[in-house]
Design a protein around this ligand. Structure first.
Ligand SMILES: *[C@@H]1O[C@H](CO)[C@@H](O)[C@H](O)[C@H]1NC(C)=O
Ligand SMILES: *[C@@H]1O[C@H](CO)[C@@H](O)[C@H](O)[C@H]1NC(C)=O
Ligand SMILES: *[C@@H]1O[C@H](CO)[C@@H](O)[C@H](O)[C@H]1NC(C)=O
Length: 179
């Protein structure tokens, strides 16, 4: 029979309880892909092989890649070394570090969201306009190939976003004129 008067037994019991408690309360998602999925977003939004990331209780996350890289979807996406944003259910706001190619130009993606319930579409807000893609194409994380051109493209695209931000409706004409 267990004698709880015994200080050693009592200590062991307390240790067991506190260990069990810690395990059950500090159960964090093991990967950023699970974090995305548990927020209703497709895992393929981030390239393959991401292990270095942080996320706080507010949903603010930072992801650190081994290299800046490009991945091919319907459009090509560029990932900076550091990607960050605010994650809420079905949405990433205040995004930084991802650019999308359109008409041979790069636009920083500011927000990504899906419909709830899902419509099978995913929306990328690139400042100038919102682009929609098939959700299915983002289901699996893609290979991401090294690229070193992000500094130039970021600057160009920031300038273009500013330039065309006010010409929402005739963007294509605007770009053609610019080229
Ligand atoms: C994660 O990324 C940060 C920022 O680039 C870096 O300082 C840190 O060493 C990385 N940690 C690991 C485990 O790679
Ligand atoms: C993202 O979250 C941080 C911290 O919660 C906040 O300061 C910032 O304004 C948010 N940014 C956007 C664009 O929502
Ligand atoms: C972007 O605009 C700034 C001024 O607004 C200019 O100094 C810079 O050269 C431009 N960069 C590119 C790549 O066009």
């Amino acid at each position: 029979m267990i004698n709880l008067q015994s200080p050693i037994l009592l200590l062991l019991l307390l240790l067991t309880i506190s260990t069990a408690f810690q395990i059950s309360t500090s159960e964090e998602p093991a990967t950023i892909y699970e974090v995305l999925r548990s927020n209703g977003l497709p895992m393929g939004l981030l390239p393959k092989g991401v292990t270095n990331f942080t996320i706080d209780d507010s949903g603010r996350f930072e992801v650190h890649l081994d290299q800046a890289c490009n991945a091919k979807f319907e459009d090509e996406l560029h990932y900076d070394l550091d990607v960050s944003g605010n994650l809420t259910y079905g949405q990433i706001g205040g995004l930084s570090g991802i650019s999308a190619q359109d008409l041979f130009l790069w636009f920083p993606v500011k927000e990504i969201r899906v419909d709830i319930p899902s419509s099978g579409l995913i929306y990328f807000d690139v400042g100038v306009v919102s682009k929609q893609f098939s959700l299915a194409s983002f289901e699996t994380p893609r290979e991401c190939l090294a690229s070193s051109d992000q500094i130039i493209t970021q600057t160009v695209s920031k300038n273009l976003s500013r330039k065309f931000g006010i010409e929402r409706n005739d963007r294509r004409e605007g770009l053609t004129a610019f080229l």
